[in-house]
Write a protein that binds this ligand. Structure first.
Ligand code: WT7
Length: 654
């Protein structure tokens, strides 16, 4: 039987959906023809100290570049995520915490309790000298304190900088140094699938590295209870500084364009960039997309499996859901602990209605077959979502048929750290689904496809994905380097924002993201810059040069393939290969672990010394099949074409 290429809107779903087919057509048309009227209306969903009257002032033109939304508005993000709900939802669960071990008790934190916890921490931060505009690095596991910490920063106008708990000391140090953070919030240890992550020890190691002296205080959450070294007077127990604080805290009045947070993300060159998001536009966009894309209802139990260390956790665990007064589940653990039914057991235990995860998790669980899913009920589910990378139609169908029992629509949401919120996605009551396609643009979003020369392609086409106009959730700058912001996103195709993604548009106007077209690798939905892995490799004393590319990987989407040239006189060996792989892990973190490392007597370079990654990608992709020279394309511009032959031979011997 051939599989349907299109899944029409579910009538049962559409009957109760917030946004129907006609609503989408009408509102989308208005959102692009009259963006001020549209986004002015949407902004009313938030509580403002001072309502904005100037809605949009944006231009991507290099001559008069500017991105300003709601610029005369004043608000506080924590007030919108917490205080605002006290009158009507004080006893409603804001955060539902499910710990790593199913035997440990889950916790419910009501909006009233969240308010108290946020206020107390905010007061403690102020008492420790943290002021509006100061940066605070947060390096925590997936525990409620992570959300509380973000909101406490927002309350006093401090700019939070969450660092994913899987990053190694070097990566923490880079982010602390670049942001010149005054304070770090961490925990003794994290827990993932029963394994302990030495968070405090990692922070200690990071703060010994150069450039991190801005840090005056480290707050340590006691989580596993492990004995950790406390360095006085720098290190303070979180509870000890928070407990005696007053339960009320005057929120800072923030301008809409005041920074809310920094989040570092990998690009094609250099060190990770500090993506800066501001308060008003970001919160309007995160909350509205969360409500519209997930068709949020008051009684939903919403679960996004992302980590708060990534933008998905920021927008769709913390800011979007809490601004909307939703119940958001936070899960500390992993999908396969203690067994591969864990996700679905949690769905049943907490009667989750909306479930949002990554294709890589779906592919991994799919490998274990239907039974671990089928043995759970999942009747509570009504909507499924994916994010992070293209989803292959096979995984989409398994998610739809097995996880969702062919009853729940799937929203495949395309967006980026830089975009703050979802830009292309189905609205399940309004748009027919096609497995593998993120479908249509969200309100106010104007995608276009351009060829290499920057010509806009019409109709059915494949090209580079750009956005023609701004949306409120857009990043505003690269922290400390505005020029890098402009150079990275607005110079390639002048007048547009370049996403770095390739994309196809079909005859129905549906968008199909094909993946990154720059030197960024998407490993399990996480961005890794090839340059970062290369510099980690080259920092090893035996490595002369390295080049890193992505290759198709069954589970991770893309894997990391490294070519390494040793310094003269060093002999390669399997032990050294393992050593180098471990070196990358300890320099950046486990997510950057190379899957393959191939010895390269030389790298294919042009006469001007530029590495031709196109050729390296072809060799990495080739698998075990014979690689004919013509498959490598034009190699005539290489300084030494014989290099390629030896790399191909080495590849085939693996
Ligand atoms: C890159 C952004 C946005 C949160 C998670 C990743 C890829 C993201 C999809 C999707 C195809 C996707 C793109 C994008 N991507 N979502 N639904 N379909 N590709 O955030 O780390 O900033 O990465 O992830 O390549 O550019 P990020």
């Amino acid at each position: 039987m051939t599989q349907p290429a299109c899944y029409p809107i579910s009538e049962a779903f559409a009957a109760r959906a917030r946004i129907g087919r006609d609503d989408y057509q009408r509102d989308y048309a208005q959102s692009v023809s009259e963006p001020e009227a549209f986004w002015g209306r949407i902004a009313q969903r938030l509580e403002w100290f001072r309502a904005p009257t100037r809605i949009k002032d944006t231009s991507f033109a290099l001559e008069d570049f500017r991105i300003r939304w709601y610029e005369d508005g004043e608000l506080n993000a924590s007030v919108n995520c917490v205080d605002r709900h006290l009158a009507t939802r004080g006893d409603k669960t804001a955060l539902l915490f499910e710990p790593d071990s199913p035997d440990a008790p889950s916790q419910r934190i009501s909006y009233r309790q969240l308010h108290e916890r946020v206020c107390k921490l905010a007061n403690a931060l102020r008492a420790l000298g943290v002021r509006k505009g100061d940066r605070v690095t947060i390096y925590l596991p997936m525990i409620p304190e992570a959300a509380v910490s973000m909101l406490a920063c927002a309350r006093i106008g401090a700019i939070h900088n969450v660092v994913f708990g899987g990053f190694a000391p070097n990566s923490i140090a880079d982010r602390v140094a670049d942001s010149t953070s005054k304070l770090v919030i961490t925990a003794d240890e994290g827990l993932r699938g029963g394994r302990k992550v030495p968070l405090k020890a990692n922070v200690d190691a990071a703060l010994k590295l150069p450039g991190t002296d801005s840090v005056e205080t480290v707050l340590v959450v006691r989580h596993t209870g492990a004995a950790v070294e406390m360095q006085m007077p720098r290190d303070r127990w979180f509870d000890a500084v928070v407990n005696d604080q007053p339960a009320q805290c005057e929120p800072e009045r923030m301008n809409a364009e005041d920074p809310l947070f920094l989040l570092y993300t990998s690009g094609s060159t250099g060190k990770p960039k500090g993506v800066l998001h501001t308060t008003g536009g970001y919160l309007v966009y995160a909350s509205y997309t969360h409500e519209a894309v997930f068709d949020l209802r008051e009684d939903d139990v919403y679960w996004c499996t992302a980590d708060v260390g990534w933008v998905t956790g920021h927008s769709y665990i913390v800011y979007g859901p809490l601004a909307n007064g939703a119940t958001a589940l936070m899960f500390e653990g992993v999908p396969n602990h203690p067994d591969v039914s864990r996700f679905w057991q949690i769905v049943d235990k907490h009667q989750v209605t909306i479930f949002y995860t990554a294709p890589t998790a779906i592919r991994a669980l799919m490998r274990d077959g239907d039974e671990p899913v089928r043995r759970t009920s999942r009747r509570s589910l009504r909507l499924l979502g994916t994010v992070g990378e293209p989803i292959n139609p096979e995984a989409w169908r398994w998610y739809y048929e097995v996880v969702g029992d062919s009853r729940c629509p799937i929203v495949d949401t395309w967006w980026q750290t830089e975009t703050g919120g979802i830009l292309i996605s189905p609205l399940a009551g309004a748009i027919d689904l096609k497995p593998g396609s993120a479908t249509k643009p969200f309100f106010g979003v104007q995608p276009a496809l351009v060829d290499a020369g920057g010509n806009v392609l019409e109709g059915e086409a494949e090209g580079n994905l750009v956005l023609l106009d701004s949306w409120p959730g857009q990043m505003r700058t690269v922290y400390g380097d505005h020029q890098r912001f402009i150079d990275t996103y607005f110079k390639t195709y002048p007048g547009t924002y370049f996403t770095g993604d390739g994309c196809r548009r079909d005859a129905d106007g549906y968008y199909w993201i094909t993946g990154r077209v720059d030197d960024v690798i998407n490993v399990s939905g996480h961005r890794i810059g090839t340059a970062e892995v290369e510099s980690a490799l080259v920092s090893h004393p035996k490595v002369a040069e390295a080049a890193v590319v992505g290759f198709p990987h069954d589970l991770k989407g893309q894997g990391i393939y490294a070519y390494v040239t040793l310094i003269a006189g060093e002999a390669n060996s399997d032990a050294l290969r393992r050593d180098l792989i471990a070196h990358v892990r300890s320099e950046i973190g486990p997510i950057a672990t190379p899957d393959h490392l191939q010895w390269a007597p030389g790298l294919p370079k042009t006469r001007s010394g530029k590495i031709m990654r196109r050729i390296l990608r072809k060799i990495a992709e080739s698998g075990s099949s014979e690689l004919a020279p013509e498959q490598l394309g034009d190699t005539s511009t290489l300084a030494d074409p014989s290099v390629v032959e030896s790399l191909v031979n080495e590849r085939l011997r693996r």
